[in-house]
Design a protein around this ligand. Sequence first.
Ligand SMILES: [Zn+2]
Length: 249
Amino acid sequence: MAASLFCVGAGETMRFLTVSDEIVPSIYSLNIKQRFGTIQSVLSCGDLPYYYLEFIVTMLGVPLYYIYGNHDTIEHSAGGETLTGARGCTLIEDRVIMQEGLLIGGLGGSIRYNNDDAPQYSEQQMLMRVWRMTPQLLLNKVRHGRHIDILMTHAPPLGIHNGPSRPHKGFKALLMFMERFQPRYLIHGHIHRSYGFSPVTETRYRDTLIVNTAGHRLLGIADAETPTLLDGKAVGERIAGPSASTDNS
Ligand SMILES: [Zn+2]
Protein backbone atom coordinates (compact mmCIF):
# COMPACT_ATOMS: atom_id res chain seq x y z
CA MET A 1 0.00 0.00 0.00
CA ALA A 2 1.42 3.37 -0.96
CA ALA A 3 1.76 5.86 1.82
CA SER A 4 -0.31 9.00 1.67
CA LEU A 5 1.95 11.94 2.23
CA PHE A 6 0.77 15.14 3.77
CA CYS A 7 2.78 17.79 2.02
CA VAL A 8 3.85 20.72 4.09
CA GLY A 9 5.98 23.71 3.39
CA ALA A 10 9.33 24.86 4.61
CA GLY A 11 7.91 25.44 8.06
CA GLU A 12 7.52 21.73 8.78
CA THR A 13 8.23 20.93 12.39
CA MET A 14 7.25 17.30 12.89
CA ARG A 15 6.91 14.17 10.78
CA PHE A 16 4.64 11.47 12.17
CA LEU A 17 3.99 7.92 11.09
CA THR A 18 0.42 7.07 12.06
CA VAL A 19 -0.74 3.45 12.16
CA SER A 20 -3.77 1.36 13.18
CA ASP A 21 -5.78 -1.78 12.53
CA GLU A 22 -3.67 -3.47 9.84
CA ILE A 23 -0.09 -4.70 9.78
CA VAL A 24 1.55 -3.00 6.82
CA PRO A 25 4.27 -5.11 5.12
CA SER A 26 6.42 -2.08 4.27
CA ILE A 27 6.49 -1.16 7.98
CA TYR A 28 6.92 -4.69 9.36
CA SER A 29 10.07 -5.02 7.32
CA LEU A 30 13.80 -4.85 7.86
CA ASN A 31 13.74 -1.90 5.46
CA ILE A 32 11.59 0.19 7.79
CA LYS A 33 14.52 2.43 8.68
CA GLN A 34 15.17 3.24 5.02
CA ARG A 35 11.51 3.96 4.34
CA PHE A 36 10.60 5.81 7.51
CA GLY A 37 13.94 6.93 8.92
CA THR A 38 12.99 10.62 8.92
CA ILE A 39 9.97 10.05 11.17
CA GLN A 40 10.17 11.82 14.53
CA SER A 41 7.23 10.16 16.32
CA VAL A 42 4.77 7.32 15.78
CA LEU A 43 1.08 7.47 16.69
CA SER A 44 -0.93 4.23 16.90
CA CYS A 45 -4.73 4.48 16.94
CA GLY A 46 -5.47 0.94 18.10
CA ASP A 47 -6.15 -2.65 17.11
CA LEU A 48 -2.53 -3.55 16.46
CA PRO A 49 -0.65 -6.35 18.25
CA TYR A 50 1.94 -5.26 20.76
CA TYR A 51 4.75 -7.07 18.95
CA TYR A 52 4.15 -4.84 15.91
CA LEU A 53 4.33 -1.65 17.95
CA GLU A 54 7.43 -2.92 19.74
CA PHE A 55 9.04 -3.72 16.39
CA ILE A 56 8.37 -0.19 15.13
CA VAL A 57 9.68 1.54 18.24
CA THR A 58 12.77 -0.67 18.37
CA MET A 59 13.64 -0.27 14.70
CA LEU A 60 12.93 3.46 14.37
CA GLY A 61 14.16 4.45 17.82
CA VAL A 62 11.62 7.28 18.17
CA PRO A 63 8.76 7.79 20.67
CA LEU A 64 5.59 5.80 19.97
CA TYR A 65 2.29 6.85 21.53
CA TYR A 66 -0.72 4.56 21.39
CA ILE A 67 -4.33 4.12 22.39
CA TYR A 68 -6.59 1.06 22.50
CA GLY A 69 -8.82 -0.23 19.76
CA ASN A 70 -11.94 -2.27 20.50
CA HIS A 71 -10.00 -5.50 19.95
CA ASP A 72 -7.11 -4.63 22.29
CA THR A 73 -7.11 -6.82 25.37
CA ILE A 74 -4.43 -8.63 27.36
CA GLU A 75 -2.10 -10.58 25.08
CA HIS A 76 0.06 -13.62 25.74
CA SER A 77 3.51 -14.06 24.27
CA ALA A 78 4.66 -17.31 22.67
CA GLY A 79 6.42 -18.07 25.95
CA GLY A 80 3.21 -17.70 27.94
CA GLU A 81 4.05 -14.27 29.31
CA THR A 82 1.07 -12.00 29.97
CA LEU A 83 1.41 -8.71 28.12
CA THR A 84 -0.65 -5.75 29.33
CA GLY A 85 0.98 -3.16 27.11
CA ALA A 86 3.48 -2.51 24.35
CA ARG A 87 6.96 -2.36 25.83
CA GLY A 88 8.91 0.79 25.06
CA CYS A 89 5.72 2.56 23.93
CA THR A 90 3.59 5.11 25.79
CA LEU A 91 -0.14 4.68 26.34
CA ILE A 92 -1.94 8.03 26.27
CA GLU A 93 -5.53 7.02 27.01
CA ASP A 94 -7.52 9.81 28.72
CA ARG A 95 -4.63 12.25 28.92
CA VAL A 96 -2.68 14.79 26.95
CA ILE A 97 1.08 14.80 26.59
CA MET A 98 3.52 17.30 25.05
CA GLN A 99 5.74 15.90 22.31
CA GLU A 100 8.18 18.24 20.56
CA GLY A 101 5.94 21.21 21.27
CA LEU A 102 2.70 19.53 20.16
CA LEU A 103 -0.14 18.65 22.54
CA ILE A 104 -1.32 15.09 21.82
CA GLY A 105 -4.20 13.32 23.59
CA GLY A 106 -5.98 10.00 23.33
CA LEU A 107 -9.53 8.65 23.60
CA GLY A 108 -9.47 5.06 22.34
CA GLY A 109 -12.06 2.34 22.06
CA SER A 110 -15.24 2.05 20.06
CA ILE A 111 -18.95 2.43 20.66
CA ARG A 112 -20.32 -0.39 22.84
CA TYR A 113 -21.90 -3.05 20.61
CA ASN A 114 -21.74 -6.21 22.77
CA ASN A 115 -20.92 -7.32 26.32
CA ASP A 116 -17.29 -8.22 25.71
CA ASP A 117 -14.76 -7.05 28.27
CA ALA A 118 -13.04 -4.84 25.74
CA PRO A 119 -12.48 -1.11 25.19
CA GLN A 120 -16.06 -0.27 24.25
CA TYR A 121 -17.98 2.75 25.57
CA SER A 122 -21.51 4.02 25.48
CA GLU A 123 -22.02 7.52 24.15
CA GLN A 124 -22.51 8.69 27.72
CA GLN A 125 -19.29 7.03 28.89
CA MET A 126 -17.32 8.69 26.09
CA LEU A 127 -18.82 12.02 27.05
CA MET A 128 -17.68 11.44 30.64
CA ARG A 129 -14.16 10.72 29.43
CA VAL A 130 -14.17 14.03 27.56
CA TRP A 131 -15.35 15.84 30.68
CA ARG A 132 -12.65 14.18 32.78
CA MET A 133 -10.02 15.39 30.31
CA THR A 134 -11.45 18.91 30.30
CA PRO A 135 -9.45 20.38 33.25
CA GLN A 136 -6.21 19.42 31.53
CA LEU A 137 -7.42 20.89 28.24
CA LEU A 138 -8.39 24.16 29.91
CA LEU A 139 -5.02 24.32 31.63
CA ASN A 140 -3.32 23.81 28.27
CA LYS A 141 -5.28 26.76 26.89
CA VAL A 142 -3.98 28.96 29.68
CA ARG A 143 -0.41 27.71 29.45
CA HIS A 144 0.00 27.15 25.73
CA GLY A 145 -2.74 29.17 24.05
CA ARG A 146 -4.62 26.13 22.72
CA HIS A 147 -6.32 23.11 24.23
CA ILE A 148 -4.79 20.33 22.11
CA ASP A 149 -3.14 19.89 18.72
CA ILE A 150 -3.81 16.22 17.92
CA LEU A 151 -6.58 14.03 19.30
CA MET A 152 -6.01 10.32 18.70
CA THR A 153 -9.14 8.16 18.69
CA HIS A 154 -9.93 4.66 17.50
CA ALA A 155 -13.52 5.25 16.39
CA PRO A 156 -14.40 8.19 14.16
CA PRO A 157 -16.74 11.04 15.11
CA LEU A 158 -20.43 10.44 14.46
CA GLY A 159 -21.31 10.76 10.79
CA ILE A 160 -17.71 11.12 9.56
CA HIS A 161 -16.08 8.12 7.82
CA ASN A 162 -18.69 5.95 9.63
CA GLY A 163 -19.69 2.45 8.75
CA PRO A 164 -23.30 1.25 8.42
CA SER A 165 -23.22 -1.22 11.34
CA ARG A 166 -23.33 -0.39 15.03
CA PRO A 167 -19.70 -1.44 15.75
CA HIS A 168 -18.56 1.13 13.20
CA LYS A 169 -20.75 3.98 14.35
CA GLY A 170 -18.85 7.09 15.44
CA PHE A 171 -19.13 9.07 18.68
CA LYS A 172 -21.24 12.20 18.96
CA ALA A 173 -19.02 13.20 21.92
CA LEU A 174 -16.11 13.59 19.49
CA LEU A 175 -18.08 16.16 17.49
CA MET A 176 -18.59 18.09 20.71
CA PHE A 177 -14.89 17.70 21.51
CA MET A 178 -13.91 19.31 18.19
CA GLU A 179 -16.43 22.11 18.60
CA ARG A 180 -15.29 22.90 22.12
CA PHE A 181 -11.53 22.27 22.01
CA GLN A 182 -10.56 22.82 18.34
CA PRO A 183 -7.83 20.22 17.81
CA ARG A 184 -5.91 20.76 14.57
CA TYR A 185 -6.11 17.04 13.84
CA LEU A 186 -8.27 14.11 14.88
CA ILE A 187 -6.56 10.88 13.82
CA HIS A 188 -8.70 7.74 13.99
CA GLY A 189 -8.63 4.11 12.90
CA HIS A 190 -11.27 1.35 13.07
CA ILE A 191 -12.66 1.98 9.58
CA HIS A 192 -10.55 -0.30 7.42
CA ARG A 193 -10.37 1.04 3.90
CA SER A 194 -10.99 -2.47 2.59
CA TYR A 195 -14.48 -2.35 4.15
CA GLY A 196 -15.42 0.14 1.45
CA PHE A 197 -17.62 2.18 3.82
CA SER A 198 -16.25 5.48 2.64
CA PRO A 199 -13.74 6.42 -0.06
CA VAL A 200 -13.14 9.61 1.90
CA THR A 201 -10.31 9.36 4.41
CA GLU A 202 -9.85 13.06 5.24
CA THR A 203 -12.65 15.36 6.28
CA ARG A 204 -12.60 18.90 7.57
CA TYR A 205 -14.94 19.67 10.48
CA ARG A 206 -14.77 23.20 11.88
CA ASP A 207 -11.10 23.76 12.83
CA THR A 208 -10.13 20.09 12.67
CA LEU A 209 -8.82 17.88 9.90
CA ILE A 210 -10.06 14.33 10.56
CA VAL A 211 -7.82 11.62 9.13
CA ASN A 212 -8.54 7.90 8.90
CA THR A 213 -5.19 6.17 9.44
CA ALA A 214 -6.34 2.53 9.12
CA GLY A 215 -3.18 0.92 7.75
CA HIS A 216 -0.75 3.79 7.85
CA ARG A 217 -0.31 7.44 6.91
CA LEU A 218 2.50 9.94 6.96
CA LEU A 219 1.66 13.19 8.60
CA GLY A 220 3.77 16.31 8.39
CA ILE A 221 2.71 19.11 10.66
CA ALA A 222 3.89 22.55 9.75
CA ASP A 223 4.23 25.21 12.34
CA ALA A 224 1.32 27.00 10.69
CA GLU A 225 -2.18 27.61 11.93
CA THR A 226 -3.89 25.32 9.45
CA PRO A 227 -2.78 22.48 7.18
CA THR A 228 -2.70 23.53 3.55
CA LEU A 229 -2.03 20.52 1.37
CA LEU A 230 -2.39 16.79 1.58
CA ASP A 231 -1.74 14.17 -1.04
CA GLY A 232 -0.90 17.04 -3.36
CA LYS A 233 -4.52 18.26 -3.41
CA ALA A 234 -6.13 21.12 -1.61
CA VAL A 235 -7.84 20.07 1.61
CA GLY A 236 -10.92 21.97 0.50
CA GLU A 237 -11.56 19.51 -2.30
CA ARG A 238 -12.41 16.85 0.22
CA ILE A 239 -14.29 18.84 2.79
CA ALA A 240 -17.50 17.20 3.93
CA GLY A 241 -19.54 17.63 7.03
CA PRO A 242 -21.06 14.89 9.17
CA SER A 243 -23.63 12.97 7.24
CA ALA A 244 -26.27 10.54 8.38
CA SER A 245 -26.09 8.81 5.01
CA THR A 246 -23.16 6.67 6.16
CA ASP A 247 -24.75 5.66 9.42
CA ASN A 248 -27.84 3.51 9.41
CA SER A 249 -27.78 2.53 13.06
ZN1 LIG B 1 -11.57 -1.29 15.66
